[in-house]
Design a protein around this ligand. Structure first.
Ligand SMILES: Cc1cc2nc3c(=O)[nH]c(=O)nc-3n(C[C@H](O)[C@H](O)[C@H](O)COP(=O)(O)OP(=O)(O)OC[C@H]3O[C@@H](n4cnc5c(N)ncnc54)[C@H](O)[C@@H]3O)c2cc1C
Length: 396
């Protein structure tokens, strides 16, 4: 049985980031994935903000940056448009297949061992270590390490098997469905296009993220239990858009997004959890690539300290919780409140908003500065009394 300092279950953005950082710190690290190919299938609309890339020291690379994003186009149910235009590049639609392979290559070059088609199915604590049993290309294998990083996505088996309660309420999980489409036409290819409305995407939205000329990820995320499936709503959306309905589909993706409740405690003895496995995503739009990578980097930092102190107890590892909450978690908690408000909006509320507030007003509201938000809202309320009903939901 091969022994490592750290075993990372899951080679998505979180696992691969942790693997690179641990290898850079000279740890002996194994990171593996049950998929046979890193990054495939993608289960993602592939939007990544420039601010995240800067925070994570990722230089935009033509190999995986497919389309510049300059802002967002938000459509109310009547298709009334509100534009958030940054007037410059604010992110990219990436090719995750290439991006993740690049992350894997960087981690391997630093000394991490990466494996694919390796499915972890059981975990046993023994003599201060964890023995991980896997089915690897059809063969049963075992690896051991004093520390496991669970980066195995929403369905995380590793965290559950090692004693963390990762249960998530059905109301706190979005169902996503997506077609990668070609030979289509749509407005605003340099914007991420989001479509709202009860009949379009209940408690969620449809999206069109361009990947180049006549090519886009066209998808939907809806919250909680609905009478119809996400696919049903997406098919209806595609059918209703003349530029989409004659297009061809080159990939279908489905996945869940844990939008409503990151774990309070992401540690146990011999265990750190990060990324979707810890439900660390932006609760408003469900984006999680950057957040997962940031959390993985924090987890890897704590893991390196644990290795040098030879202390893998929860008592020691739980500093990861406080660092993450301070850096990101507390901000996400605030956004969670805004999500709950957005979920309460009716189609009529969306129309009022589309007719009264601008893209920059939305930025003011979402940046969370109370004084600026109050000033903006007061001005608008004087001119648009109907806005009061919507703002009451926001303030509640
Ligand atoms: C439809 C949809 C659209 C999205 N769009 C965006 C977007 O545009 N922008 C954005 O930022 N985020 C988006 N997200 C969210 C984003 O995809 C995730 O937040 C991100 O992938 C999280 O990274 P991760 O490494 O934590 O998990 P994942 O990327 O899910 O990686 C986990 C890995 O663990 C592996 N694994 C699981 N179990 C095991 C096991 N037992 N053994 C071995 N390997 C295992 C899986 O195969 C997987 O590769 C979207 C999600 C969905 C579903």
């Amino acid at each position: 049985m091969q022994e490592f300092d750290v075993i990372i279950v899951g080679a998505g953005p979180a696992g691969l980031t942790a693997a690179r950082k641990l290898a850079e710190g000279k740890a002996k690290v194994l990171c593996f994935d049950k998929k046979q190919e890193i990054g495939v299938p993608k289960r993602c609309a592939e939007g990544l903000g420039l601010a995240w890339m800067q925070r994570l020291n990722l230089k935009p690379d033509k190999k995986w940056c497919m389309q510049e994003i300059h802002g967002a186009a938000l459509y109310a149910p009547s298709l009334k448009l509100v534009e958030i235009d940054f007037g410059k590049v604010s992110g990219y639609v990436i090719e995750r297949r290439v991006f993740e392979k690049e992350l894997a290559k960087q981690a391997a070059e630093k000394g991490a061992l990466i494996k694919t088609k390796c499915n972890a199915h059981s975990f046993e604590r023994k003599d201060g270590k964890v023995i991980v049993s896997c089915t690897e290309q059809g063969i049963e294998t075992k690896y051991s390490a004093p520390l496991i990083i669970a980066a195995d996505g929403t369905e995380s088996l590793a965290a559950r098997k090692l004693g963390l309660n990762t249960t998530i309420s059905i109301n706190d999980i979005d169902s996503g469905y997506q077609y990668e489409m070609v030979n289509i036409s749509f407005d605003n290819p340099q914007f991420i296009n989001l479509f709202f409305g009860k009949n379009v995407a209940p408690r969620g939205y449809c999206w069109i993220f361009s990947k180049g000329k006549n090519h886009a990820n066209v998808g939907i995320g809806i919250a909680g239990p609905e009478q119809e499936t996400a696919k049903h709503y997406l098919d209806r959306f595609v059918e209703a858009h003349p530029g989409l309905k004659k297009g061809s589909t080159i990939e279908v993706n489905a996945g869940t997004i844990p939008v409503g409740g990151f774990l309070d405690d992401m540690t146990a003895d011999n265990l750190l959890v990060c990324g979707d496995a810890a439900h660390q995503v932006n609760p408003i739009h469900g984006g999680g690539i950057g957040i997962a990578m940031e959390a993985a980097s924090i987890a890897a930092g704590v893991a390196l300290k644990a290795i040098s102190k030879k202390d893998f107890s929860q008592e020691f590892l739980k500093q990861y919780n406080s660092i993450w909450y301070e850096k990101r978690g507390n901000k996400l908690k605030k956004l969670l409140k805004q999500r709950h408000m957005l979920e309460e909006l009716t189609d009529e509320n969306f129309e009022v908003l589309a007719n009264t507030i601008s893209g920059s007003d939305i930025m003011t509201l979402t940046e969370g500065d109370l004084v600026d938000s109050a000033k903006m809202v007061t001005k608008k309320l004087i001119r648009h009394p109907k806005l009061a009903k919507v703002m009451l939901k926001y303030l509640r």
